[in-house]
Design a binder for this molecule. Structure first.
Ligand SMILES: Cc1cc2nc3c(=O)[nH]c(=O)nc-3n(C[C@H](O)[C@H](O)[C@H](O)COP(=O)(O)O)c2cc1C
Length: 330
């Protein structure tokens, strides 16, 4: 390791940017991967919606070295205040949320938030939602700017032209979104699949045929929670998305099914709390993973999980972390 530097300002051979000081004792050079041509320092993406815009976590993690990539909180064409009322509820081994895509809007994000975010040395995936196919195209165009490495398309949001049914539940409509986004950006297009479907493989194949470069799965499972004292739903929006360890077995199953059916890289997610969980997703067929709810419990989760993956590789004498992908023996 000729370029391994030691001394003030360096942590495990990496130069720590002034913003990232106080944060970390670890870096993960040997977990480096390339995803859709994007070099990442480790195979862990901070999931959209649970990592703020990123800098909120800079007191806990060295964003430039401990995080593989950041998927930014879901953006929409116009700014949104999010849902009224209670937005999160704890559940056994998980949580429900109905944040309602609170965000400043795509253009305001590019002008006001992106410059700060882009000062960290970490790839940024713009996570986009919209109400029509054309609006998805607009989002891809607006966010195809320097500093953004890929467009992650959240098709779990309601289609205003189809009675509010989520884009991601209909293979034809999901493919239209993928094709429109593909047409309007040169960045890698990652389609983020909804698990609230009968046949996820059908949706996966449709969006890949329409031009998706990669898939991420899964988004949250629709659920609800009730307060028996008030006899009312706990969430302000009635229903919400279930995430965390409770959904891991479902997510693993879907990643495995999809990985066997398509030939594009996959970001696996859903309840990853430990390095062991992450390894399971990769064995099932994920090329890289994403961590969401774990960071709500432990803001340092991504750094810890990376370290645990590293320990696993060392213990099992796995030369490179990407060698784990698809090694499940059935
Ligand atoms: C509070 C919260 C907000 C979320 N917001 C978004 C979002 O804006 N866009 C999106 O694609 N997924 C969003 N998600 C889904 C996560 O990115 C992830 O797919 C899901 O939570 C499963 O992973 P996990 O169990 O590790 O959290 C959100 C999840 C949570 C818990």
């Amino acid at each position: 390791m000729a370029d391994y530097k030691i001394g003030p300002g360096y942590v495990h051979g990496y130069e720590v940017s002034p913003k990232d000081k106080n944060n970390t004792k670890r870096a993960y050079k040997d977990l480096g991967v390339t995803f859709c041509g994007i070099p990442m320092k480790n195979p862990i993406v901070a999931a959209s919606g649970t990592f703020g815009n990123g800098p909120e976590y800079a007191d806990y993690l060295d964003l430039s070295h401990e995080v593989g990539a950041i998927s930014i909180k879901g953006l929409t064409p116009k700014g949104r205040p999010g849902n009224a009322g209670t937005r999160v509820a704890e559940t056994p081994s998980g949580m429900l949320n109905c944040i309602g895509l609170e965000n400043p809007g795509a253009e305001a994000f590019v002008e006001t938030v992106l410059p700060t975010l882009a000062s960290y040395d970490v790839p940024l995936f713009a996570n986009v939602s919209a109400g029509t196919v054309d609006e998805f195209g607009y989002m891809a165009e607006t966010l195809s700017v320097p500093g953004i490495a890929a467009i992650e398309v959240n098709i779990s949001c309601p289609n205003v032209k189809n009675e509010g049914l989520a884009f991601g539940v209909d293979a034809k409509v999901a493919a239209q979104v993928a094709a429109e986004v593909r047409k309007r950006t040169t960045l890698p297009v990652i389609m983020k699949l909804s698990p609230n479907v009968t046949n996820i493989v059908e949706i996966a194949k449709a969006v890949v045929d329409a031009g998706a470069d990669a898939l991420s799965l899964i988004n949250t499972l629709l659920g609800m929670a009730i307060d028996i004292r008030t006899k009312r739903p706990i969430l302000g929006n009635l229903y919400g998305g279930l995430s965390g360890p409770a959904i891991k077995p479902v997510a693993l199953r879907m990643v495995h099914q999809v990985a066997r059916a398509v030939d594009v890289p996959i970001i696996g997610m859903g309840g990853i709390m430990t390095g062991t969980d992450a390894v399971e997703f990769m064995m099932a067929g994920a090329d890289i993973v994403s961590v969401g709810t774990a960071t709500v419990v432990d803001p340092r989760a991504i750094g810890r999980i990376a370290e645990e993956m590293h320990e696993y590789c060392e213990k099992e004498k796995i030369e490179h972390v990407s060698d784990i992908t698809d090694t499940l023996q059935v």
